[in-house]
Design a protein around this ligand. Sequence first.
Ligand SMILES: Cc1cc2nc3c(=O)[nH]c(=O)nc-3n(C[C@H](O)[C@H](O)[C@H](O)COP(=O)(O)OP(=O)(O)OC[C@H]3O[C@@H](n4cnc5c(N)ncnc54)[C@H](O)[C@@H]3O)c2cc1C
Length: 338
Amino acid sequence: MKRVRVAVVGAGVVGFSTAVCIAEALPSCSVTLIAEKFSPDTTSDGAAGILYPGTFPDIPLERQRHWFKDSFDHLLAIAQSEHAPEAGVMLSSGWQIFKEVPANKKPHFSECMFGFRFMTDEELKRFPDHKFGQAFTTVKCECSSYLPWLEKRFRRAGGQVEKRKVNSLQELSSSYDLIVNCSGLGSKTLVDDGDVYPVRGQVLKVEAPWLQHFIRDGDGKTYIYPGIHSVTIGGTRQQDDWRLNVDPGDTKGILERCGRLEPSLSKAKVLSKWVGLRPGRKNPRVEREVVQLQGRRVPVVHNYGHGGWGVTLAWGTARDALGLVRQCLHDMPLQAKL
Ligand SMILES: Cc1cc2nc3c(=O)[nH]c(=O)nc-3n(C[C@H](O)[C@H](O)[C@H](O)COP(=O)(O)OP(=O)(O)OC[C@H]3O[C@@H](n4cnc5c(N)ncnc54)[C@H](O)[C@@H]3O)c2cc1C
């Protein structure tokens, strides 16, 4: 029987997670991942990679919970296996602190994390500007290691990889039976989605091996995340800002804000500075449609728009996208499968 030819567009954490899920679960498909940029040049590569989800207004909470839990459990299993060092996945414990007590002190995803509790007054003493805090253990996934590890896993499952820009889905219609779009911010032009926008983020990597716990301000703009080789400190969330250059004003602001939370950072050496554009969208788009391409009706599964939570949700949305691919295969005319 002829195999169904599937193209996955995008080599970030969402694209590779989705491609691995499809290639491993559906041997009846031949899967090719196509992308303009690969590791280390994707947005995913520079993400701090801490698993901490946002909440989307129009997606049922149960579905969001699944996305997070599937991702958490998948990465936790890696963190606790012999693959952890190569895949760049580790457990990470620390504090999230708030200047004002939040309306929801115990968010829905707190049950998935380990040891979620409110901070004691004693613990909060070191953060005099903050009134409330949560302590928990989550997972940190460093994509500069995780993406190459996923690529190996994808190739082992028979997947193929191609480096090129796709200017229009039309280009893929004669060579593929099904397209999976994981192009992140690229979806703005690739599928003409006006709801996608950049959220600029700047971070610094510093050498501070004495720091073992993360500190995250509840506003999501200031954070200190110890990692395997360095500590990521940040950040900025600048909506509709397309600048990819490092901004010296942002660098100064990050060092000041993080230094207030962790004064010992004044002794840390700055190793690198990095800017990435998060693929912002009110809600991630994880859905299927049928598109008319050069006279053919081609099923397209979309999986993009994860904003500041792509590492956190990639595996969960990839599992969802796999389910949508299965539905497309089920609905395909018989001759496409023969
Ligand atoms: C400073 C910063 C810190 C972050 N920290 C975290 C964090 O701690 N936790 C977390 O969960 N998330 C974090 N994020 C968010 C996370 O980085 C993103 O949500 C995630 O990288 C999105 O993954 P993606 O695969 O959708 O997109 P990307 O990584 O941007 O990948 C998109 C892929 O699509 C390809 N592509 C696009 N258009 C085309 C085209 N036309 N043709 C061919 N290929 C195309 C690109 O080349 C690329 O390969 C952070 C982001 C930033 C900027």
